[in-house]
Design a protein around this ligand. Structure first.
Ligand code: XCC
Ligand code: SF4
Length: 640
């Protein structure tokens, strides 16, 4: 490492990833401001904001509720108390999270509707199309795939604004779960309707009942997890292929010294698919050679990386807190983005190097970036135009500013539910096959070889040490024979720490080691992007049905140790709503309301059979989870 801070403690305080620390030092040397610098300038973050006790919903405010009971303002100007204010603020976060995932899914629905034999969007997985069609009651017998695809897309879109409040909940949901939701009025009426209802009910002068507001938030989140995100995953598989096990590499060391480096960042899969395809074209390859590059190196950042690595083996450049660091290498010709988790700071960081920062969608225009919209009438051509811009930028790379960390790891990924069942020895042909063919997994859980399953997902947050808690918890649970499945930025953390390698099984307990050996899988299963948490929901639903219980009876837990986005909190809500206890690594902005804290960490269990736990210490988290998993096993009559 060339440049270190005085008494450098960055690996202790900033990131456990040496390549991130190396680039942070380079940023300092190059005079580039980063997330951590800006976090420093925020100093003490506002206590009212942190605890959710500030209301800005009308202009009689802003109103702030004093944290000391009986002292200072206890009510807003309209008479709203802390419980009302916090529950409204929280529900609005859930509406925003649902809107983000489900609007991503809406684009995919339209993309599926836009498929055709001679178009740039085609049906890639016809078997999956037929399975999906059957759950939407779209006839398939003797029909053309594209007619089926168009009907499925329309059926999917109906779930956004269903006139008569009829949504298509997936068949992997156990009946008991649906009955519980009915009993507590938690079935979404339609995706958009639930988002709108929250915005309406949280307006000045509407819902002033914290319990009811949080129920609305749960209902909305179910629309995210089991409708929007679920369709995003299904339809993306139909369009671009259902993921299968494949290998790739991870971390900033995947950037190449003598190639055109392209980093694709964001979430929706269509842009990145087109870029991958365009990069393969002779025209673009020849152009790269003509500017003196040895080739084109396409890498991914955040969730976009997962979409294309699971389907094409594209390399994982990094997670959320590494987006600025990738540009700081000085070796990136273009950062091409679509939606979500894209820091506006990239404009400034890119301006310190030769990097072109290219935005592509009206949903996320960023001033100061180069805007090149992905034209829906000719996606492949617009992808080529974007790539030409990137390739022609290669000669402008300033070699004196280039420093690529010499660090990358191998990773095996691509574990869709279909691929997991395939690994268990049987394929998935019908929807019923999923429930039947998951039996060997149910058996190893039942006989105690695997004690339980933990889904570790979510973001990075500069308030935490980058990736530290993800890794400490993953390793702790594996030692206790709890299998880990992962998505999103947590999955990048696992990849960088070598946990997505089959050889990594040695860190696990004897049960997981035996299962990994038998099935030839890594101990941490990469299941995709954040919308692909629907795959995890699918897996738990069919596992519960195979055993004949509800999801809340399973020894399964969820975790988001380093979350930061509204989407991540929404995911936590639908995971809890699905009956899975969920650990958060920090308190969401609800601390000002004892009632909302009680609902989410206690009372929710009466409604949905699961609740939130908030724990900042990774070792305590592991202990609590082992205890909880054992309680669930005992209740099911399983050995400990
Ligand atoms: Fe964004 Fe999905 Fe969070 Fe990562 S995990 S920081 S939301 S990229 Ni979704
Ligand atoms: Fe204040 Fe009530 Fe307006 Fe909120 S809705 S800003 S608490 S007056």
């Amino acid at each position: 490492m060339n440049n270190t801070c005085d008494n450098c403690e960055c690996e202790k305080n900033i990131s456990i990833d040496p390549s991130t620390v190396e680039m942070l030092h380079k940023a300092k040397k190059d005079g580039v401001e980063t997330t951590w610098d800006r976090l420093g300038t925020q100093k003490n973050q506002c206590g009212f904001g942190v605890s959710g006790g500030c209301c800005r919903i009308c202009t009689m405010g802003p109103c702030r509720i004093s944290p000391i009971p009986g002292k200072g303002a206890q009510l807003g100007v309209c008479g709203a108390d802390a419980n009302v204010i916090v529950s409204r603020n929280f529900a609005r976060m859930i509406a925003a999270g649902t809107a983000s995932h489900s609007d991503h899914a809406r684009t995919i629905c339209y993309d599926l509707y836009d498929t055709g034999e001679d178009k740039d969007l085609t049906v890639t997985d016809t078997e999956k199309l037929n399975r999906v069609a059957s759950r939407f009651n779209v006839p398939t017998e003797g029909r053309d795939s594209y007619d089926i695809a168009h009907d499925v897309a329309k059926a999917g879109l109906n779930n956004y604004g269903s006139i008569f409040n009829e949504v298509d909940l997936p068949p992997s949901l156990p009946d008991q779960r649906v009955e519980r939701w009915k009993k507590h009025d938690l079935i979404p009426k339609a995706i958009d309707k639930e988002i709108v209802s929250i915005l309406h009910s949280s307006h000045i002068g509407c819902t002033a009942d914290a319990e009811d507001m949080i129920k609305s938030a749960f209902r909305c989140s179910i629309g995210d997890g089991w409708l929007g995100s679920y369709m995003a995953t299904e339809f993306t598989d139909v369009l671009f292929g259902t993921p299968k096990e494949r290998s790739t590499e991870a971390n900033l060391g995947v950037l190449e010294e003598n190639q055109v480096n392209i980093v694709m960042h964001g979430h929706e899969p269509t842009l990145s698919e087109m870029i991958v395809r365009a990069a393969d074209s002779k025209e673009i390859q020849d152009l790269a050679k003509s500017v003196g590059a040895e080739g084109i190196n396409i890498c991914g950042m955040c969730c976009t990386a997962h979409e294309v690595s699971m389907r094409h083996g594209i390399k994982l450049a990094g997670n959320f807190l590494q987006q600025e660091m990738a540009i700081v290498t000085g070796a990136v010709e273009a950062m091409i983005v679509d939606v979500q988790c894209i820091m506006p700071s990239l404009v400034k960081v890119a301006s310190c190097y030769h990097t072109k920062f290219i935005t592509t969608t009206p949903k996320a225009k960023i001033s100061g970036s180069i805007y090149m919209e992905l034209d829906e009438h000719n996606r492949l051509e617009s992808a080529k135009a974007i790539l030409r811009e990137a390739v022609l930028n290669y000669p402008k790379r300033d070699r004196s500013k280039v420093q690529i960390p010499n660090l990358k790891t191998e990773a095996t990924l691509g574990y869709s539910v279909e691929e997991i069942i395939n690994k268990l020895g049987k394929p998935v042909e019908t929807l019923q096959d999923k429930i039947t063919n998951i039996a060997p997994l149910a058996e190893v859980v039942a006989n105690g070889t695997i004690k339980g399953v933990a889904a570790i997902v979510g973001c990075n947050n500069p308030r935490d040490v980058h990736n530290k808690n993800h890794i400490a918890i993953m390793e702790g649970l594996l030692k206790n024979d709890i299998l880990v499945v992962t998505t999103g930025c947590a999955a990048h953390a696992a990849a960088k720490r070598d946990l997505l390698r089959k050889e990594a099984k040695s860190v696990a307990g004897p049960g997981i080691q035996a299962v990994c050996e038998l099935l030839d899988i890594p101990p941490v299963l990469h299941m995709g992007s954040c919308v692909d948490i629907s795959r995890i929901m699918d897996l738990t639903g069919i596992l519960a049905q195979n055993i004949g219980v509800d999801i809340c009876d399973l020894p399964v837990v969820g975790l988001a140790p380093e979350y930061m986005s509204e989407k991540a909190i929404t995911i936590g809500m639908y995971v809890v709503a699905s009956g899975i206890d969920t650990w958060l690594g920090s308190m969401p902005p609800i601390g000002a309301s004892p009632q909302v804290v009680d609902i989410l960490t206690n009372k929710a269990e009466e409604w949905v059979g699961a609740k939130f736990f908030v724990e900042t210490d990774p070792h305590h988290t592991v202990e609590q989870i082992v205890k909880r998993v054992n309680e669930k096993r005992t209740a099911l009559g399983l050995t400990l």
